[in-house]
Write a protein that binds this ligand. Structure first.
Ligand code: MG
Length: 366
């Protein structure tokens, strides 16, 4: 089988809650997502998606996905999309770094490989563990009482795990955590995600002030060493996200005992092939994971569902259903949340069928 064409589409994904805000006043109102369609001489067509969380979350941005694809896509024509390591090695040869640029191509090749094998992607990634995947809800940064209200509202929707966006003023963040915890039951999980927004003295104030609560602390500071310092000064369970962007970073964090959970975002590693390597390494190291992506619509959500569903349940801290945060449906067949859970599709490949009328005309054809 050979790749005969790659088409790239741009889609806007407005948010149901109109805006998503996190540390330091950063926010996004409409997500800019890129969908990649890989076509083959066998008649099989695969789809992938990459959606950075705006330009100021990680070193990635939406127009950069498409600029990078313009560099590499023409030189992928003729490759066999089911030779996933060959495709990835070629992409790395053509463009150094920029893993997020390669993510959607890799996901589309997994979609094709699954269709060619007649199996859902989760089966190729290791098999289906359990009936479904437990999801978390990210709670956009607002004044403390409004955030607690939103936690309560999403709990009524069936969510049992919540990620509060903190990383603001320490006194206000302490209130955010206290008020959110107060509306939850003992079995509900609460994570306070500062998204690198605190300096060390801010972080120490917050972790000391909430040490009596059942709450996880996520990525308090920008620098890994600063996070490690806070980790060593708190008894609260600890999550690293922005600093975990490579195999090396996982190995170092595991060796330092720097966290209890890592956040595995597919685009951060460059697609499902590399994310699976990191997932399998975390299982070997005994590290639990949040399995997700930087953002996205139905295609990203399907990819998350396949990676999460093929991860042994004890290692699945939680996962994300990004398609429920946005108003636009870009593909049919993607997982739909039910009672705070989702499951990977049974159909071959990712199990999604993009809506051509939503994708519109391609912005790039290779
Ligand atoms: Mg995070």
């Amino acid at each position: 089988m050979r790749i005969t064409a790659i088409r790239v589409f741009q889609v806007d994904l407005p948010l149901v809650e109109r805006a998503y805000a996190w540390s330091e006043g950063k926010k996004v109102e409409v997500f800019d997502s890129t969908v990649v369609r890989v076509e083959t001489d066998a008649g099989l067509v695969g789809h992938g998606e990459c959606c950075p969380l705006g330009p100021v979350y990680l070193p990635a941005y939406a127009a950069g996905v498409r600029a990078g694809l313009a560099e590499i896509a023409p030189q992928l024509i003729g490759l066999d999309p089911t030779e996933l390591d060959v495709v990835n090695r070629r992409m790395d040869y053509l463009l150094k770094g920029h893993p997020y640029v390669k993510s959607a191509v890799d996901i589309a090749c997994w979609d094709i490989t699954g269709q060619a094998a007649g199996m859902p992607v989760c089966q190729l990634l290791g098999g289906r563990f359990g009936e479904d995947v437990v999801l978390y809800r990210a709670i956009s940064q607002l004044p403390p009482a409004e955030m607690a209200g939103n936690v309560a509202r999403h709990k009524r929707d069936g969510y049992t795990r919540f990620q509060l966006k903190v990383g603001g003023r320490p006194d206000e963040d302490i209130e955010r955590i206290r008020q959110a915890r107060a509306v939850l039951g003992p079995s509900d999980v609460l994570v306070a995600d500062a998204n690198t927004g605190w300096l060390m003295h801010d972080a120490v104030r917050v972790v000391n002030a909430v040490r009596d609560l059942d709450v996880y602390i996520e990525q308090p500071c920008a620098r890994y060493d600063d996070c490690l310092t806070i980790r060593r000064r708190t008894s609260l369970p600890f999550v690293l996200d922005e600093n975990i962007d490579s195999i090396d970073a996982v190995l170092r964090a595991a060796s330092d005992g720097a966290c209890d959970v890592v956040n595995l975002k597919i685009a951060k590693f460059g697609g499902l092939t590399r994310a699976r390597q990191v997932r399998d390494l975390c299982v070997s190291l005994g590290l639990a994971m949040t399995i997700e992506d930087t953002w996205g619509g139905d295609i990203v959500t399907a990819a998350i569902a396949h990676l999460a569903h093929s991860t042994p349940e004890p290692f699945r801290f939680t996962a994300t259903d990004f398609n429920s945060y946005v108003t636009t449906t870009i593909a049919d067949g993607a997982p739909r949340r039910e009672n705070g859970r989702m499951r990977a599709a049974e159909a071959p490949g990712l199990g999604v069928k993009p809506r051509d009328e939503v994708l519109g005309e391609p912005v790039l054809i290779a």
